[in-house]
Design a protein around this ligand. Sequence first.
Ligand SMILES: [Zn+2]
Length: 392
Amino acid sequence: MTDTMYRGCAIVDHATRSLAPDMAVLVSEGRIGWLGPADEAPNLGFGVEVVDAGGTTAVAGMVDAHSHLTLPGGSHWIDRAADPTDRLLAVAEDNARLLSQAGVRWARDVGAPVRDGRALSLTVRERWRGRAGYPYVRAAGCWVARTGSLPSGLPVEVEDGDGLLAAALDQLDAGADLVKLYMDGPDRDTSPFSAAEVRRVVEAVHARGATVTAHSSLLPGAREAVAAGVDALEHGFRLDTDVAQAMAAQGTALVATLAVMESWASFAATTRLPRFASAEGQVALAERREAAHESVRLAYAAGVLIAAGTDFGGGSLRANQLAWEIETLVAAGLEPYDALAAATVNGGRLLGEPGAGVLAEGGPADFLLVHGDPLSDPGSLWRVWRTSWWPG
Ligand SMILES: [Zn+2]
């Protein structure tokens, strides 16, 4: 394998939270062999391919912390979960290419349809393992929900705390890396499970070395899940100060998926679906969007670890749109440095993978080169020129 020197790119200096221009990154044997100012780069003679990376910023391979690999997204995203198995597996292959081209190196899958008794995300994870250019996957298996919370046939449905515990452990038996509980119930004003019921799941799953995350778009479920000590909340569209402070104190992460609502807003023009296109639908969405942005601001102010996800497939985004979430986090009030951290290093911390989302000497050579400065212009993350693993 030839060594490659990427010469002249900027990199993010984490000490100053600013860009260091005109740097160089040496890739050797799949690792970062050297990283520093371009004019101090070692002269390696003919044994190295030099890439003129002038005008780009090298960004650590991104982590999409909330994804659904087997589903395509779009305005009919829920319908697509009923597609035939072969179709869903082909969609996953498309998504691998889209993720790779968009600079996403890691995907955390938080729910997949079950086929032949097993969540398809687990099949996909196993197919992709060790394949050059494919994203690294951590997968939750299937959603576990109280009956009536989601369209029937999609989640594993349970009636009570005993059922919740059994279904959670079933996911681990099937090979899931983490467990995803659905904490919005059939009744919007009531949590589907109590903190005590969820805590039994958290303790049992932790005892097996895995983690528990909770889908939460409403406050009652967020309260119970956080009181139970879950490892993360997905979406967290309705938080209050008490919940945000409890999350920060105990280390519960927030996986933000704000761009879903930007996508829905665009459907007012591109579809005739009443939920998006009607006047009432647009008013309801605007209110929901404002509450979600306020929730992220509360978490940010409290010091919660914020990771970024697209919710592609399980929501309406597509697999190559993580940049949209970073832009939306900035619009909600995060500093661009922190929004980029949400899509890189914080995703790695959420996964418990210290090399994920980090660009450092000695670490994995997983980075993308974007045209521009992501710290003043998050839109530059749409302008991926190349990735260190491309074409893979
Ligand atoms: Zn989702």
